[in-house]
Design a protein around this ligand. Sequence first.
Ligand code: UN1
Length: 495
Amino acid sequence: MSTFQNCIDGAWVDAATGDTFTSTNPADTTDTIGTFPASGAADVDRAVAAARAALPDWRATPAPQRGTILRRIGDLLTERKAALAQAMTREMGKTVAETKGDVQEAIDTAYYAASETRRLFGHTVPSELPDKFNMAIRRPVGVCGIITAWNFPVAVPTWKIFPALAAGNTMVYKPSEESPHCGVLLVEILHDAGVPDGVINLVHGGGPAGQHLVAHDDVDAISFTGSSETGKAIGEVCGRTNKRVSLEMGGKNPMIVMDDADLDLALEGVLWGAFGTTGQRCTATSRLILHEAIHDTFVDMLTEAAQALTLGDGRTDGIDVGPLINEGALQKVQHYVAVGQEEGATLALGGSRVTGDGRDNGFFFAPTVFTDVTPAMTIAQEEIFGPVLSVFKVSSYEEAVDVANNTRYGLSSSIYTENVRHSFRAMHDLEAGITYVNGPTIGAEAHMPFGGVKETGNGHRDGGWTVFDFFTEWKTVYVDFSGELQKAQMDNVDD
Ligand code: UN1
């Protein structure tokens, strides 16, 4: 069995705790990927100290030179894409087509962040006084803690790490305990591309490592993607310790299909949105809101097509859906299926674990569809993070929007319609950070803002130009070249 380590100040080291945990293949739990350090406070302290020590030089490096390294990272991700995708699927289960997409998202993010290093625009603004120059420039925030989930084990960390690097920050990265090998492979690429020692430090582990990083006095910012429960706890600690914090949390994303929609297109969309990544995306389509005129037809189309999806090891050709991530996820999905039935929803498809054909040692769960779901039901409100789709029947656009917005989350949303009035109204009416028209709720692009409203987020965005607002501080600069003391608000105003 392979043994993996933390990476602190460029050196691969064991945890001071001496403890380890293992990572296994969710499609076959007899396949162990390796052991990883279960880090504690002392390991985080060392990593934060290394990041702090590396900050002055990295911050002083001209941004376009940081961009050259980011371009090299993009090149290495491209070279290693196929091998990386195989390793990712082995560790977290989604199909190789999807893990290749995950790596491609990281490649796009690398080149986008590299291009931003030649912009990072500030502002020049007229002064109210003569011979005085005003500007606002961007400065790095400092030492950042990056804490991410396992479902996009390469793309999502890079949404944070690459813009943070571009802007001149140093960091400590704690990947999920469910995808530590992917974390190692990513950090190896960063080092091979020339990121200096200490600029990115990798610390493995679970709660103890994460909690110490979040509470650490010498960490300036935390960027987190994961569950709402963990995110809110992080937010509280960051509030107390006065840290900047970006939280990307849960979703309960609706897709509306109106009576005038292209149903074949909507069918392809919902299959991909609900069952891609086995429903384990924060953007997954988990609520399908159907106009009553097409409800029965569409439910028939959906159950027939979903039944035909093939489940298995995502590294095998022809597999559509991989396993859930672990035993806990399997139990959670099973629990929600039971609750859905108890509360009166109709189980139209699936609802159980799938074994046989080499799947006995994996966490496979059948694509599941509930109909007759109403907004008050538990399966209509809680994030299941599995291949479970709840179907609602509505009689108008207004009712569809009411049902769509009847959730405490607000990440992604979608409407299928050929009606230009409804599609433009939906862009404003749907309470979500992202709205797709005639596309499913998944499919974010690297150069666009990504994030949610309500309990999904805390006002920040990953992705696009907007993430640079998180990873930089505004510095306001006044240059007085008059040779005199000029008093704003006084010398230039007659009483
Ligand atoms: C996530 O599930 O945390 O738009 C991110 C999408 C992907 C990203 C999902 N590109 O579904």
